[in-house]
Design a protein around this ligand. Structure first.
Ligand code: BES
Ligand code: MN
Ligand code: ZN
Length: 466
């Protein structure tokens, strides 16, 4: 799909012209008013559509009237969602050229338009033997060119991440993630198991022990002259989470190829960063491995030593993400960066708290947390701050080590946050839990089921705002 900017959308020869309609109002198009509004009593409720042929009398073969709902309830998020609806509808009709004409939208919609269109344009059909040829080729709209081109890159990063997280675990292995990182054309260092051992990453390495796949620790660096700031982004990279010896029930394991969505987010951002050329140094870090119950697997009761020397008693092998992140956080803090942001499908508890509508966020710096929330909000990602009170550590106290990797059931998202904080040293840090938002069991708003590229808009947007 390609977005073309034009000041005269209605003169483009297209398969479909999409026009918006405010609920209870008339449109600016006389055909739409005559047939949709007057004859068929089309109301223009949010997300509803009405199709009408033009029988060769107009440059566009059909008109799709797109309900925008009540004007006072409209907002950029609704706009993006409506665009996605229209794009999907046009795909169903196998339209190749689609023009969009908007009336009465009072905000700059260029970014939302582009994101909505590209999010809806996505499908994951590489393993279907019969592929539908219903891709839209050209989309026309009147919008700010520069904003569209930048949002396009962001959407490309999202769809890159969605492809990675949708990829079955049999293919998206730690080595595969390392190869992908190596191919990004940035300065990249991959540490193998022995090198991780030398670095003292006892927590990360324990998690990967039960798998036939070798763990890989990935460090990608983007740099520029005189960076204003230095940021490390860490993505949880559990290529498959079976739970380990504390094995998950089948229904919970079903989607666990998505447990590297944080890593996919980091790789997505690093895949496009050169094209934005921001004035910030960005380190992408992934501790990639599988959590499997093989015969060498780590066991409940084992005591692990993380890179910073802290000891951890394994309470539950299914609380593996925090173990891998612990060593990744230590590594990132040693880089001497100004800020560390980690993103992880970390806890079922976060999903219970916020559902699939919002990611949880915690951190030790209010400004960083608030700026991330703001960045997400302006681009359609919701983040909700959860507390990081020290009391959550109470249930992680161990009789035999410095801490346990899990404890009480209640407040699990915050307990995981407090656990991670033990590995953060002298740096501004935020932790984003995308357990609920990274992967959808069923379609939601502009997304089809599957991976969503969660965190890309928030974190990349934040980086670009520096
Ligand atoms: N990867 C899971 C968290 C998760 C759950 C992500 C559902 C996406 C959807 C994580 O490794 C996990 O298993 N967490 C446990 C922690 C518990 C054992 C303390 C959980 O949340 O149940
Ligand atoms: Mn787990
Ligand atoms: Zn996990």
């Amino acid at each position: 799909m390609e977005i073309k900017i034009t000041d005269n959308v209605t003169s483009v020869e297209s398969d479909i012209l999409v026009i918006n309609m405010w609920e209870g109002e008339k449109t600016t198009n006389s055909l739409a008013n005559e047939y949709a509004v007057e004859q068929d009593n089309f109301k223009g409720k949010f997300g509803e559509t009405y199709l009408l042929p033009t029988y060769g009398k107009e440059p566009y073969r059909k008109i799709l009237v797109l309900g925008f709902g009540k004007k006072e309830k409209f907002c950029p998020d609704k706009f993006r969602e409506a665009i996605a609806k229209a794009i999907k509808k046009c795909m169903q009709m196998e339209a190749k050229k689609v023009a969009f004409s908007f009336d009465g939208v009072e905000f700059d919609y260029a970014e939302q338009f582009t994101l909505g269109a590209y999010i809806a344009d996505y499908k994951f059909d590489k393993y279907k033997s019969e592929k539908k040829d219903n891709k839209i080729q050209e989309v026309y709209a009147q919008a700010n060119e520069n904003t569209v081109r930048n949002a396009e890159k962001m959407a490309a990063a999202m769809n890159f991440a969605r492809n990675l997280a949708n990829e079955p675990a049999q293919f998206a292995t730690p080595s595969e993630l390392a190869d992908i990182a190596n191919d990004l054309g940035l300065e990249t260092k991959i540490y193998n198991k022995d090198e991780c051992e030398k670095m003292g990453m006892g927590a990360f390495l324990a998690v990967g022990k039960g798998s036939a796949q070798e763990p890989k620790f990935i460090h990608i660096k983007y740099t520029c002259d005189n960076p204003k700031k230095r940021i490390a982004i860490i993505g949880k990279g559990i290529c498959f989470d079976s739970g380990g010896l504390d094995i998950k029930p089948a229904s919970s394991m079903l989607t666990m190829k998505d447990d590297m969505s944080g890593a996919a987010c980091v790789l997505g951002i690093m895949s496009i960063i050169k094209e934005f050329n921001p004035n910030v140094e960005v380190h992408g870090i992934i501790a990639a491995c599988e959590n499997m119950p093989g015969c060498s697997a780590y066991k409940p009761g084992d005591i692990l030593t993380a890179k910073n020397g802290k000891t951890i008693e394994v309470d539950n092998t299914d609380a593996e993400g925090r173990l891998t992140l612990a060593d990744a956080l230590c590594y990132a803090c040693e880089l001497g960066v100004d800020e560390v942001i980690d993103i992880a499908t970390l806890t079922g508890a976060c999903m219970v708290a916020l559902g699939t509508q919002a990611a949880g966020i915690m951190g030790n710096d209010t400004e960083l947390v608030n700026n991330l929330i703001k960045s997400g909000k302006s681009r359609g990602e919701r983040l909700w701050e959860l507390p990081l009170w020290e009391e959550y550590f109470d249930s992680l106290k161990s009789d035999v080590a410095d801490m346990k990797n899990s404890g009480a059931r209640w407040g699990g998202a915050s307990a995981a946050g407090v656990f991670l904080q033990k590995f953060v040293k002298d740096v501004k840090w935020a932790h984003i839990d995308v357990a609920g938002t990274a992967y959808l069991d069923k379609p939601q708003k502009e997304f089809i089921s599957g991976a969503t590229g969660a965190g890309i808009r928030t974190i990349l947007g934040y980086i670009l705002e520096q």
